[in-house]
Structures are given as structure tokens and as C-alpha cells.
Design a protein around this ligand. Structure first.
Ligand code: PMP
Length: 288
């Protein structure tokens, strides 16, 4: 496997970053996870734009233009002969000293890993996930905007650990005020009376690229879509719930905190959108 690192391709074993890299020392950096379906890189522009937006906020200058990032991603995929893949695109602050000061980091580190990923077993897409609300609240936007897809994922990892400790694969994260924000790596939707509802991003969710695609697909089917401030009460009383994310795609949720959602099976709207999404991933994208 070849890994892109600062402009060159290296064998996996030789793709190494320094222990003084602030990405490692402080989680100081940004990243994207991107999918490739049948030789088409899904929503590559959107992901690259979000990477640059995250970098701008943390005042990290990506040492490539967005076109150069696109070219580097394609080059890495081609070197590995991959037509279906998961791409991890990372830019860190680079090598510095042991202090926080980012000015000491003269050259950002850029790397691209292309691999395969299976987040959840196929059976969970047919039967649905059981998730739990965790005590760890989503980071407050005033401390670090959840829109910044940074290398600092401990907030989400804490939540994931708490879910696993409670026998569940995924965590429902509330914000400081107790409203539903998102899951550890996915956005959340509910269906009620045939309409699709999702929390507004300002409540503490990443503006998901998969979520935006699902909203577009729902609108095409004339399913009403709106943002809604929601609590666990609303989710418990939803007809259907599902999650969206680059890695998870669209996955049904059939149980939350022991409460059965709807009839306990993936719902009709969820199944329609799952199928539409799968179809959509093969329709367009940047060719490898
Ligand atoms: N929320 C969080 C915290 C995430 O890490 C992700 C995955 N990157 C998402 C939501 C889903 O976003 P997307 O659909 O753009 O992958």
C-alpha cells in the first residue's frame, strides 16, 4: 500500500511522521474522510472545501491548492489501484517543539491514506442499530466549533467509550443544554408523520456532507425536510430514526436508551433514502 506524504508516495511501512509533529502532540490539525465508489470519488470538492474551511479557522495554511489536493488524492488512489475505498486526508500543523506555539511549526504535514473501511456489519443495515445517550456532552461551539473537523476527537472518543461500556456501538450526544446534537461520527435524522427532521448544526453538530446529500434526495422525493430542536423525548416518539456519515452512509436506528423506535424495524422512509443514497454514490463523482 502506498501512502502520500508531503508530496511523495511511500510504502506504508515508510510513511512516517515525527514524534514532534503537533498533530500528534496536540491534535493540532484537520482531516477529512472521503469515499470512493466504483471509481468515483464521492463529493470530493465538498470534502476539500470543508478541509480548507476547517484549516482557515485554526489558522493553518494548507501547503497545496485545492486542485493540488484533488490531484494528490487521485494520484494516491491510482497508485493503489483502488476503485472502492475510504480516503483519510490529513493536514497537521507540522513539526515543532514541545510548546503549543504553532509559529514554531514551519511546514505543515500532509498525508493521504487510501484503504478499505467497514464501519458496521451488513446485518445492522438490515436490522438497525441500538444506540445510547452518553453523559459526555458535545463540545460547546464557543470552545471549539464542531464545524472544525480537527484531529482533536477526544470528545467523540469519550462518547464512543461510554457507548461501548453500555453495550452499544454508537452514542447519542446531547449539547450543553440537553438538546440532541449528533452521534460520535454521524449526523442524526428522525422521521415523524412522513417528514424528515434533523437538529440545526449550530446546536453542536458537524455540517455533514452525507446529511446534505440525504436532504437533497428527500426533497427530490417530495419528503418535507426541516431543522428542529429536538430532545430525547422527540426521538423516543419518532416513527423512524437514522444516522448519516461518510463511513456509515445511511444506517437505521431501531432502539435508543432501551426504547424501541417505531415498530423496531428500519422504517419505510429510511429504507427509501438508503436505497437512493446507494444509487446516488454510483452516479457522479470525481473520476479516479
Ligand atoms: N459528525 C461528526 C462528528 C463526524 O465526525 C462526521 C463524519 N466525518 C459526521 C458528523 C458526518 O459527516 P459526513 O457526512 O460529512 O461524513
Amino acid at each position: 500500500m502506498k501512502v502520500y506524504l508531503n508530496g511523495k508516495l511511500y510504502d506504508k511501512e515508510d510513511a512516517k511522521v515525527s514524534v514532534f509533529d503537533h498533530g500528534l502532540l496536540y491534535g493540532d490539525g484537520v482531516f477529512e474522510g472521503i469515499r470512493v465508489y466504483s471509481g468515483l470519488i464521492f463529493k470530493l470538492r465538498e470534502h476539500v472545501d470543508r478541509l480548507f474551511a476547517s484549516a482557515r479557522v485554526i489558522m493553518l495554511t494548507i501547503p497545496l491548492t485545492s486542485q493540488q489536493v484533488v490531484d494528490a488524492v487521485r494520484m494516491t488512489l491510482r497508485a493503489n489501484g483502488l476503485k472502492d475505498a475510504y480516503i483519510r486526508l490529513v493536514v497537521t500543523r507540522g513539526v515543532g517543539d514541545l510548546g503549543l506555539d504553532p509559529r514554531k511549526c514551519k511546514q505543515p504535514t500532509t498525508f493521504i491514506i487510501t484503504d478499505r473501511i467497514v464501519l458496521y456489519p451488513e446485518v445492522l443495515y438490515r436490522q438497525g442499530l441500538s444506540i445510547v445517550t452518553v453523559p459526555t456532552r458535545r463540545n460547546i461551539p464557543e470552545a471549539l466549533s464542531p464545524q472544525v473537523k480537527s484531529l482533536n476527537y477526544l470528545n467523540n472518543i469519550m462518547a464512543k467509550i461510554e457507548a461501548i461500556n453500555n453495550g452499544s456501538e454508537e452514542a447519542l450526544m446531547l449539547n450543553q443544554a440537553g438538546y440532541v446534537a449528533e452521534c460520535t461520527g454521524d449526523n442524526i435524522f428522525m422521521v415523524r408523520d412522513g417528514a424528515l427532521l434533523t437538529p440545526p448544526n449550530h446546536l453542536g453538530a458537524l455540517c455533514g456532507i452525507t446529511a446534505a446529500c440525504v436532504v437533497e434526495l428527500a426533497r427530490k422525493r417530495r419528503i418535507p425536510v426541516s431543522e428542529a430542536v429536538m430532545t430525547r423525548y422527540d426521538l423516543f416518539n419518532a416513527d423512524e430514526v437514522f444516522l448519516t456519515g461518510t463511513a456509515a452512509e445511511v444506517i437505521p436506528v431501531v432502539k435508543i436508551d432501551g426504547r424501541t423506535i417505531g415498530d423496531g424495524k428500519p422504517g419505510r422512509v429510511t429504507k427509501v433514502l438508503m436505497a437512493d443514497f446507494r444509487k446516488r454514490t454510483t452516479l457522479d463523482g470525481v473520476r479516479v
